[in-house]
Design a protein around this ligand. Structure first.
Ligand code: ADP
Ligand code: MG
Length: 391
């Protein structure tokens, strides 16, 4: 689960990671009130959406008067903000964060992610703050300094020194930076975060460090331990089809291909997507119907897959282990009565009672149901059907 910048900064504050002062606003009036509460004479009006690159898209604006605060808030609230992370359709802005303007001497980058290969949190720093870090990683990877932190030891001074030396910080700023990084590590661990990104981490004119931007993502499986963070969920930021799938116990992720996939088990679902790619197609989604697939879950699966107008065929790839294939075959037939399935459905059922299942589908004799005898055969038929051909 991801949260907004203003929510991440609230957590930063609690853990002693310095952030500029700010308040969230849902209207231009509230934005002006917040600016008055903050005092000072320079404010920044920041669109709150779950995506980066807001500045370039026109979602972060500096204001030098209360009139400008109002003008910017008016313009940003309700706008459809398009950034490199939102996709071309963009995201509608429902709230703005009003923050004190910070005197920026230098923009750095600091982040923590989970390094799955090392099985440790990885802290990364770079002098190239304020830019897309993916671009820095691709063009000048040597400008990203990385330290893996063994959780059984925790963050130590030497971790901080590796990063501080790498950033070329002068001696008198090292202590402050190391304290900042140490607090960030504690915050990452204690909240079961999956990633934290501060881009930019700002060195101010007064030589202190402030998190000017804050992105946080959490391990969904650990949210039960953090009701305060679970409460920060903003469902308006989530894909409606993915949310609906979740409510029915289906795990669905929309992708941009045209072959819909309905599979039981996450591993088989990944293998199915790989095979579709391997035979020259592109999957439209990941969908794991889970271990207890029945007519209702299959029908819901069809419904969710077919919400995506790009879907030109559906590959049902189910291994009957806990569930029997004949029940799935009947489930598919029933589901096609519940949902108008208007694209070819390629069915590969293997495992317990696979023979009976094939018989059931054959007898039903439904023109848009095509049976397949193994994974590759099914993938080929599904990819061909998506192209309007028959394999
Ligand atoms: P995004 O990464 O989504 O574009 P940021 O929060 O990083 O959004 O803001 C973009 C840029 O706007 C920053 O790199 C910084 O130059 C400027 N900025 C953001 N917040 C402030 C602030 N409080 N004071 C001064 N400048 C800011
Ligand atoms: Mg940023």
């Amino acid at each position: 689960m991801n949260i907004h910048e203003y929510q991440a900064k609230e957590i930063f504050n609690r853990f002693g990671v310095p952030v500029p002062k700010g308040y969230i606003a849902f209207s231009a009036d509230e934005a002006v009130e917040n600016a008055k509460k903050l005092g000072g004479s320079i404010w920044v009006v920041k669109a709150q959406i779950h995506a980066g690159g807001r500045g370039l898209g026109g979602g972060v604006k500096l204001a030098r008067s209360l009139d400008e605060v109002r003008k910017h808030a008016d313009a940003i609230l309700g706008m459809t903000l398009v950034t490199h992370q939102t996709g071309p359709e963009g995201k509608v802005v429902g709230k703005v964060y009003i923050e004190e303007g910070v005197d920026i001497a230098d923009e750095l980058y600091l982040g923590v992610v989970l390094d799955r290969a090392k099985e440790m949190p990885l802290m990364m720093a770079s002098t190239e703050g304020g830019m897309e870090i993916e671009k820095v990683a691709a063009t000048t990877p040597e400008k990203i300094i990385k330290v893996a932190i063994d959780p059984s030891i925790g963050f130590q001074g030497y971790h901080g020194r590796v990063l501080a030396f790498g950033l070329g910080l002068p001696k008198e700023q090292m202590g402050v930076f190391i304290k900042f990084a140490s607090a960030l590590y504690t915050l990452y661990m204690q909240n079961d975060a999956e990633m934290i990104e501060i881009n930019p981490l700002v060195k101010t004119g007064a030589s202190t460090f402030v998190a000017l931007d804050a992105k946080m993502g959490f391990d969904d499986s650990a949210l039960g331990r953090h009701p305060d963070i679970a409460a920060m969920r903003d469902i308006t930021e989530e894909d409606p089809a993915e949310r609906e799938a979740g409510e029915f116990g289906l795990s669905y992720v929309k992708l941009d291909g045209n072959v819909g996939c309905m599979v039981n088990g996450a591993g088989l679902a990944m293998g199915t997507m790989d095979t579709i790619n391997y035979v020259g197609g592109t999957p439209a989604n990941f969908l794991d119907v889970g271990g207890g697939a029945n007519a209702q879950t299959v029908a819901k699966g069809f419904e969710i897959i077919l919400k995506d107008p790009n879907v030109k065929s559906i590959f049902v790839n189910i291994f009957g282990g806990i569930v029997r294939c004949d029940r799935i075959a009947n489930g598919i037939l029933e589901a096609t009565k519940l949902v108008n399935v208007n694209v070819p459905v390629i069915v590969r059922l293997d495992g317990t009672n696979a023979q009976e299942a094939a018989q059931i589908l054959k007898q039903a004799n439904i023109s848009n149901i095509i049976t397949a005898y193994d994974l590759e055969d099914g993938a080929k038929k599904a990819v061909a059907a998506a192209k309007g051909e028959r394999a």
